[in-house]
Design a protein around this ligand. Structure first.
Ligand SMILES: CC(C)(COP(=O)(O)OP(=O)(O)OC[C@H]1O[C@@H](n2cnc3c(N)ncnc32)[C@H](O)[C@@H]1OP(=O)(O)O)[C@@H](O)C(=O)NCCC(=O)NCCS
Length: 226
């Protein structure tokens, strides 16, 4: 049976709580209960609102993984992989993953945060060598001089040349989401120069519309899987 992609959008933590002090305290309690030492250590260097966004995303990812695997979230141990730093319990950045009772769980995972939202993607029981990347982008952040030069290939720049205003920002966000999804899938991230990666028509990369992603319609999203 073909491996199934599952996508889930989690709303911004910042607008969920009525009382923000109480909501942050609750989030911190959940983080201490659910997250691992390396994850909490990484959060220690963060200031608000990045800290709460980080913790909320990591908690959502762990609950999502536990639900798909049919296990308790407390029984999972985070195990990230960075091409530079390696993998295991002490690594808290790079490609996400979990172990259970010391063994890697059969789940591909990818996460992205945009405009306070967390977008999660997973594939349960992946085939050997399958990889996954997901990304979400806010078009409002795509308005700066030099974006096209640092982010787009010559063919992509040509495709965007007729566009202006919100249509241009929307298309920049769409292509940037495709690039980051692909670069998460390969594990390279932005170590690879994005202006050398053409994603106009790249095999394995596709846009995620709001009906599939669950994100608000103004955000762009993409998935890379293969
Ligand atoms: C991958 C990358 C492009 C995403 O950055 P972003 O757009 O700011 O953030 P997003 O919210 O879309 O995604 C963040 C998630 O991407 C994932 N991610 C990070 N690096 C990744 C990699 N190399 N491969 C796959 N996924 C990765 C993580 O799940 C991360 O979530 P976290 O913040 O909970 O750890 C960026 O982190 C990157 O280029 N990383 C590589 C460089 C690097 O990590 N250098 C320092 C380590 S030595």
């Amino acid at each position: 049976m073909a491996s199934q992609l599952v996508v889930r959008a989690c709303p911004p933590f910042r607008v969920r709580g009525q009382d923000s002090t109480e909501a942050v305290a609750g989030l911190e309690r959940s983080a201490r209960r659910l997250l691992d030492g390396a994850e909490l250590e990484r959060a220690r260097g963060m200031v608000q609102p990045a800290r709460s966004d980080f913790l909320a995303g990591r908690i959502a990812q762990r609950l999502f993984a536990a639900e798909l695997l049919g296990v308790r979230a407390e029984d999972l141990a985070a195990s990230y992989t960075c091409p530079q730093c390696g993998s295991g319990a002490a690594i808290s950045h790079g490609t996400p993953g979990y172990t259970r009772a010391g063994a890697p769980v059969p789940l591909l995972l990818s996460l992205s945060r945009a405009a306070g939202w967390t977008l999660l993607a997973a594939v349960l029981q992946p085939a050997p060598k399958q990889r996954l990347g997901v990304d979400a982008e806010d078009p409002q952040l795509m308005e700066f001089d030099g974006f096209d030069a640092v982010a787009l290939t010559p063919a992509e720049r040509q495709a965007l040349a007729p566009l202006t205003g919100s249509a241009l920002l929307r298309e920049r966000a769409r292509l940037w989401a495709r690039k980051e999804a692909f670069l998460k899938m390969t594990g390279e991230g932005l170590r690879r120069a994005p202006q050398t990666l053409d994603v106009l028509d790249r095999h394995g990369v596709r846009d995620l519309g709001p009906a599939e992603s669950g994100l608000p319609g103004h955000l762009a999203a993409a998935v890379a899987f293969g």
